[in-house]
Design a protein around this ligand. Structure first.
Ligand code: PMP
Length: 415
């Protein structure tokens, strides 16, 4: 049978998928847990939990340095994960996959290494209004140090990047661009391919923050042609404390190390240190071995379901939730981009988002409230915070019904 777009969703069995995530059968306050805080972090399938368990019961050893059995076995698994990730995002070489703590460290690595080497006084760096703080502050710190300038692409009322304004910001002083793929507070899917093409038509390198994209849409770094791409393992059903920086080999080769220490060197004397080859030049010290191997297991699990099915099902959830919440009197959805994914941010007339979150919590519904590390987005909409429901492929329409009911309860309490 050929799989058409129409029947992708029908072959996706969410009840079966849910059984893979032990935490989803948990009760909170005696009610079934409805976990809608997936943009903050996702839950982990049993296979990832088992992989980490197996690492400590059967493999635990430091990598790269040992000739003994365990060290070699752990090194093999660690490096296998790198190959899995290379294949998953279609990088050209395993040398382009740098393990970092998460998206935040990935951006900081590029700002500190590429940025400090190449950004000079008077240069300009472009980001957008909808960036997470982790894609604002490292560039701001760099600009402060170098006396360079941060320029910001505005967004429209629906929460979309205004491409014409972006084009107007580019000039001969623009030396770097860093833009989010999918916004964590608005859900906007940015037209990153177009943005990358515009950047490259001016010979400007570009980083894409994929923290909210890697688990929602297909990411092919060769097709995108981005220079750098960062994401965190914990958002794609893997462990915390591990993430990936993808960089084009040529750029990474030219960049100085970010941190110094063990493993990143070729030789050390007090007179001179030479550096290891890629990717190790950027992986100083004992890395997060269990996290890296766990991330490999997460990629295996995720791939076994398939991004097409996941994307299609999550889209269906988002449409269902949007239609429901739109009909609630006094509720305003923040972020109405034509192309959205995974996230539904909202405010309720007369109720602070923190109060929404607290009352939903007592109904077993976990959402996030606050500025979501995107304070400039809150300023753009002139609101202090939002309540944010964010979806994963293990969520169900029944859970969205529970969310809807719980919101009516909030309205009842604040009447
Ligand atoms: N960028 C975006 C869009 C995010 O949503 C997040 C996490 N909320 C980050 C970057 C930072 O990710 P981490 O905290 O895992 O480094």
């Amino acid at each position: 049978m050929t799989t058409t777009k129409e029947n992708i969703v029908s072959v996706f069995n969410v009840e079966e998928v849910r059984k893979d995530f032990p935490i989803l059968s948990k009760k909170v306050y005696g009610k079934p847990l409805v976990y809608l805080d997936n943009a903050a972090t996702s839950q982990k399938p049993q296979s990832v939990i088992d992989t980490i368990d197996r690492y400590y019961t059967e493999l635990n050893s430091n990598i790269h340095r040992g000739v003994h059995f365990l060290s070699q076995a752990a090194t093999n698994e660690y490096e296998n994960s790198r190959v899995k990730i290379k294949n998953f995002i279609n990088a050209v070489s395993h040398k382009e996959i740098i393990f970092v703590r998460g998206a935040t460290e990935g951006v900081n690595l590029v700002a500190n290494s590429y940025g400090r080497k190449n950004i000079k006084e008077g240069d300009e760096i472009i980001i957008s209004t909808m960036e997470h703080h982790s894609n604002i502050v490292p560039w701001q710190m760099l600009c402060e140090e170098k006396n360079a300038k941060l320029r910001v692409i505005p967004i429209n009322d629906d929460g979309e990047i205004i491409i014409d304004e972006f084009k107007k910001l580019i000039n001969e002083k623009t030396k770097f661009i860093s833009v989010v793929h999918i916004s964590n507070s608005l859900g906007t899917v940015n037209p990153v391919k177009e943005i990358i093409e515009i950047a490259h038509s001016h010979n400007i390198p570009i980083l894409i923050d994929g923290a909210q994209a890697i688990h929602h849409v297909k990411v092919d770094v060769q097709e995108l042609d981005c220079d750098f791409y960062v994401f965190s393992g914990h958002k794609i059903y893997g462990p915390t404390g591990i993430g990936v920086l993808y960089g084009k080999e040529k750029l990474l080769e030219e960049m100085p190390p970010f941190m110094g220490g063990g493993d990143m060197i070729a030789s050390v004397t007090f007179e001179k240190t030479t550096y290891n080859e890629l990717p190790y030049k950027f992986e100083a010290g004992t890395p997060n071995i269990e996290g890296t191997i766990g991330l490999g297991a997460a990629i295996d699990y995720f791939s076994s379901i398939g991004i097409d099915k996941i994307s299609a099902y999550e889209k269906e959830l988002l449409v269902y939730a949007t239609e429901k919440l739109k009909t609630i009197n006094g509720l305003t959805i923040i972020g109405n981009a034509k192309n959205k994914s995974g996230v539904l941010s909202f405010v309720l007339d007369g109720v602070h988002p923190h109060d929404i979150g607290t009352i939903l919590d007592y109904e077993g519904v976990a959402v996030r409230t606050g500025h979501h590390c995107t304070q400039p987005v809150m300023k753009r909409y002139n609101i202090p915070a939002t309540a944010r429901a964010s979806f994963a492929f293990y969520n169900t329409k029944e859970e969205i019904d529970i969310l809807e009911k719980a919101i009516y309860k909030v309205i009842e309490v604040f009447k």
